[in-house]
Design a protein around this ligand. Sequence first.
Ligand SMILES: NC(=O)c1ccc[n+]([C@@H]2O[C@H](COP(=O)([O-])OP(=O)(O)OC[C@H]3O[C@@H](n4cnc5c(N)ncnc54)[C@H](OP(=O)(O)O)[C@@H]3O)[C@@H](O)[C@H]2O)c1
Length: 276
Amino acid sequence: MKSGLKLGLIGCGKMGRALIEGALRDEIVSPGDVYVSSRTASAIQLITSELGVTALESNLEVARRCDVVLLCTKPTDIPLVLLELANESDCLTNTLLVSAAAGLTIEEQEKFLPIGVRFVRCMPNTPALIGQGAAAYSLGSSATDADAELTCKILGASGSVIEVKEHLINAVTGVSGSGPAYVYTFIEAMVDGGVAEGLSRSQALELAVRTVQGAASMVAETGLHPAMLRDMVTSPGGTTIEALCTLEEHGFRAAVTGAVRAASKKAEEMGRGGKG
Ligand SMILES: NC(=O)c1ccc[n+]([C@@H]2O[C@H](COP(=O)([O-])OP(=O)(O)OC[C@H]3O[C@@H](n4cnc5c(N)ncnc54)[C@H](OP(=O)(O)O)[C@@H]3O)[C@@H](O)[C@H]2O)c1
């Protein structure tokens, strides 16, 4: 292992595990340099036995031991965790905290911490689990350029990462944080359509998944506007335009745009103390 970085995780759920797996897969860190804590023994046992990382007695111990700590509890649990760490603030002297909590602003999280603690707010997504994540982050008031680099390195191990101004993080939640769920629903609906037309479920699933992957790669690799790519496959009087008209009749575009905006708005409400 090259870096000697010690990486911590507080909250061993879906998101935290995905980020740790990415860091291990990309060899940003070795299992022996990853320390974790969580509320429930079963979550800790799963991650330690499957990834070979080390569980510590408490969140405080993780912060004390690590250079960077990923905070991956639910947003409602974040204040408690931050207060716990702040009570023994010596444990934060050399630690960068990276919080994935949806909706909570930097200010709302930093207010629980002593001034000067290096803090980053990020919004990853679960395809990080297979190295295909899309993440964004914003730096807290005391975070440095080196912290930005470190954040990019850790999040970048699980996919792509961009820096955004903090007021845009809720928009990121709407597009990529919650986005995988929209795509899963789209795939499921395509499969149902295929089954209704006589394909077996496995045939339809294979075709739908490859189609979504292929179309996404076309956008990424050609750099062409999605509308241009769509027009290129839409022959006059053909099958595709029939399908597109049906999608429009059912408000497909408005539904997707509305979904992104609803998730962004919900994230904003969660930050204002609404229930997540
Ligand atoms: N899932 C996503 O797609 C996604 C995407 C972007 C961002 N996020 C953000 O990532 C964070 C984690 O989400 P998730 O889906 O991974 O949630 P999750 O699966 O519920 O995991 C949260 C984990 O935190 C543990 N925890 C709760 N309180 C704790 C405490 N005081 N100390 C230590 N551990 C504690 C929970 O323990 P228990 O097992 O006892 O509940 C659970 O294992 C959230 O803030 C969410 O907004 C998630």
